[in-house]
Design a binder for this molecule. Structure first.
Ligand code: ADP
Ligand code: ZN
Ligand code: ZN
Length: 757
């Protein structure tokens, strides 16, 4: 693209400047400046120098040419956005709502090049005999350091400088002196920082022996063959592999990747951050050696920058990582694989609130690539699309490494109460834990995410207080002294006073539900004083490697019981775990949003899948006040199809995604009045659509968390069957925000939300 003018997006996140500004390209930069580059430009009244990205280079002048300012310079070491990244950023902006600069920063996960590491090697310039003679000479002169180094070089003509200055304790001056004397030479080379865990990286450098390729089963081969045959025939589409954990999906992914890269293309392997364990990496490295790299949040800026650079230069074929790995700058991308595609972490929680699955779809369209989704419990979205023919589906039905599906017990906590048991442990769970301790086998106890504020349920009959309009659970808000309480709907703001007795059975045991990992740990110590207990939750995994450490401690048999949040459901295989207890399935069942049933089914199915992974048979105890709830029933039977049928009819009836679409509009403000007013104005605008485009509007109301760090939060929801109608409404709302010059990001959009507000 040539031209004398550059249209630049400035690096300020504000609605007011969220458009390209035009600049003249000075002669010195003509021909050098390219689309995507980061540049410094004079901006505003004071002509302050700020950073921006070139979106377009053109000869078309949109303003008075004489008034245009000139681009100042190209940012040295800036990462430039390629044409595809820019197009993808526009797409993200259009579909999820955000400023262009925020979208650009999303697709450029590495902002800045960081100089590569220089590796120095000391190379002997004389033959071994001469080196040995020199060593003796130095020794005679009592020049010990010189003697030490020459002797070492006589034995080994190339030494890493770090070894020489470190272990051999030779100073830089000594090395210099020997170099001057012509005895050695210091060679330097730029090297990429490794993104691998250290011990893995060492084995790769030592020439890891490639291995690990398995003879695929018939059903695995069928999947690989069908997808590659379509790929070779030029068909690009989305596939869904529905297979229980351990059914061989990862082998299928690796074989697909191998074939795709044999054809000269590249692949991205997405894995939820929490499942990106050492064990997973080992499998990929054993198979692909250093043609694969990894991106994750644990890398340093330098390590990230190097991986980005290697991808851009085509030095690697495979990038593994969580959702940001999607933005690896691959020129020849042919395949994106998304493991555990149902995982909530694929959705970004900050603006733009994109879903990696959809962005991957768009990326594949742009790059002429195919998308493969995999899960043991596919998202309702993907399964729905598969049923409608938009996704081709495959199933893997058997576990390959042996181990049968576990026996599942559903324990009714209502009857526990009736028979006088008020403990967190049902009688069955208690006796099974006891049994495992005696046998020396391991137990995992699992409670869902901490901090779901209590839904209110009856301990006698299981009745749950629900919103009459939204069919989601109401949440209990108590005053500071826990004297009065009210029940509130997360979605529509419906409110009622707290209840003293169950409206269904009259019992007075109707209360908010709270239980945490810590309480369970304490209770275990009390009930089973000799048991060794490990706890894993947000508190115990604050440190960098604590997650891996706890899991490996448990894998090594250093504990009898692991108590944790859903974190423990992922990752390692524990051969000695023969009992899994899910303490309160109700916690996720009544999280107060439309995905509660889906999330519960997934959690229960996956948690259950942890038991009996080896020859020892497994048992699972699901404790709940609602044993008849369809998510519990179908999870206990490992019946995905049955669950899906009930779930999709609920979504359809209530107009929830994926049958319809839902846009959450979150309004933030420094004071409550402004927040409420802005939310009202925007909801009013949304309501203005008429005819077929008329949406269903819920709210506005104070958000479930009404205030965070002194910022007030208001929320409303817009539902419609057509996604385009919602993005159209979003555009109209953005215009209002723009015209009234509200603070950027004081209004946040979230399409088909995964979380509550
Ligand atoms: P998933 O990704 O579905 O959990 P994996 O690919 O990890 O499944 O496979 C589960 C286990 O079965 C692994 O130990 C793997 O090495 C083994 N496995 C997978 N495919 C085969 C095969 N075709 N032959 C033998 N073992 C296999
Ligand atoms: Zn009741
Ligand atoms: Zn409601």
């Amino acid at each position: 693209m040539t031209g004398r003018f550059a249209n630049v997006i400035v690096d300020i996140s504000h609605e007011k400047v969220d458009r390209p500004f035009q600049y003249r390209i000075p002669d010195a930069l003509l021909g050098e400046l390219a689309v995507g580059m980061a540049v410094m430009i004079p901006f505003g009244l004071g002509n302050k120098r700020i950073k921006g990205y070139v979106m377009e280079i053109t000869d078309r002048v949109d303003y008075d040419e004489s008034k245009l300012k000139a681009v100042d310079s190209i940012v040295k070491d800036g990462i430039s956005a390629q044409g595809d990244s820019i197009r993808l950023a526009w797409w993200i902006k259009d579909n999820y709502g955000s400023t262009m600069i925020a979208a650009l920063k999303t697709v450029l996960p590495v902002k800045k090049k960081i100089r590569q590491v220089v590796r120095k090697t000391i190379v002997c310039k004389v033959d071994a005999d001469t080196a040995a003679q020199k060593a003796e000479l130095f020794e005679a002169k009592h020049q010990c350091a010189k003697a030490r180094l020459m002797r070492e070089l006589a034995a080994q003509p190339m030494l890493p400088q770090t070894l020489v200055t470190g272990k051999l304790n030779v100073t830089a001056q000594t090395i210099q002196a020997l170099e001057k004397a012509g005895l050695l030479e210091v060679q330097t080379e730029d090297v990429y920082r490794s993104a691998l865990p250290e011990n893995l990286s060492a084995s790769v450098q030592a020439g890891w022996q490639k291995k690990g390729k398995k003879q695929l089963s018939e059903s695995q081969s069928r999947i690989v063959d069908s997808i590659t045959a379509e790929f070779d025939a030029g068909v690009r589409q989305t596939y869904l592999i529905h297979g229980v954990t351990g059914s061989g999906k990862t082998e299928v992914y690796m074989e697909l990747i191998e074939r795709i890269i044999a054809g000269g293309r590249q692949a991205i392997m997405l894995i939820p951050e929490i499942a990106l364990t050492y064990q997973t990496l080992v499998r990929f490295y054993q198979r692909f050696g250093d043609r694969v790299s990894v991106m994750n949040s644990r890398l340093s800026a330098g390590e990230r920058s190097d991986q980005y650079e290697r991808a851009a230069r085509g030095d690697i074929d495979i990038m593994i990582g969580p959702r940001s790995a999607l933005f690896a700058p691959f020129e020849r991308l042919g395949l994106v694989i998304m493991d555990e595609e149902h995982e909530g972490s694929y959705k970004s929680e900050s603006m733009p609130k994109y879903h990696a699955r959809e962005v991957a779809g768009e990326l594949c369209r742009m790059k002429d690539a195919s998308l493969v989704l995999g899960s043991a419990t596919p998202s309702i979205e993907s399964y729905y699309r598969a049923k409608k023919g938009g996704i081709r589906m495959f199933a893997l039905k058997e576990r390959l490494a042996g181990g049968q599906l576990p026996k599942v017990y559903v324990e009714d906590l209502r009857s526990e109460l009736k028979s006088g048991n008020r403990s967190i442990f049902s009688r069955r769970l208690y006796s099974l834990i006891d049994d495992r301790l005696k046998k020396g086998e391991q137990t995992m106890l699992f409670i869902n995410r901490r901090g779901y504020a209590g839904f209110v349920s009856c301990r006698s009959c299981g009745h749950v207080m629900k919103c009459p309009h939204c069919d989601v659970s109401l949440s209990e808000h108590t005053d500071r002294y826990r004297k009065t309480s009210r029940l509130v709907c997360h979605y529509c703001g419906y409110e009622m006073p707290g209840v003293a007795s169950c409206p269904k059975c009259g019992s007075k045991y109707i209360l908010g539900f709270r239980a945490g990992t810590q309480q369970i740990e304490e209770l275990l110590h009390k009930e089973f004083p000799t048991a060794r207990v490990l706890r894993m939750d947000a508190d115990t995994t604050k440190n960098k490697d604590s997650y891996e450490r706890i899991l490996s401690q448990f894998a090594d048999g250093d504990a009898d019981i692991l108590v944790g949040t859903q974190m423990i459901v992922k990752g390692h295989d524990f051969a000695r775990v023969t009992l899994v207890g899910i303490l309160a399935a109700d916690m996720s069942l009544h999280a107060g949003d439309y995905r509660a049933g889906e999330r519960t089914f997934q959690l229960l199915t996956q948690a259950a899948g942890r038991a009996g992974r080896s020859a020892l048979p497994g048992e699972v105890v699901i404790q709940t006040y609602q044993p008849e709830h369809y998510a519990v029933v179908h999870a206990a039977n490992q019946d995905y199809e049955g669950f899906y049928e009930e779930e999709i009819s609920y979504r359809d009836l209530m107009m929830y995604p994926p049958v319809a679409h839902m846009m959450a509009v979150l309004v933030l403000a420094e004071d409550a009045l402004t927040g409420a007013e802005h939310a009202r104005v925007l909801a009013e605008q949304a309501r203005r659509q008429s005819g077929d485009d008329r949406p269903v509007i819920i709210g506005p109301t104070e958000a479930f968390i009404g205030k965070i760090s002194d910022v007030y939060r208001y929320i409303f929801y817009v539902k419609h069957r057509d996604y385009q109608v919602l993005t159209g409404i979003k555009d109209a709302l953005e215009q209002i925000i723009h015209a009234r010059q509200w603070i950027a990001d004081s209004v946040q959009f979230d399409f088909d939300p995964m979380n509550n507000y």
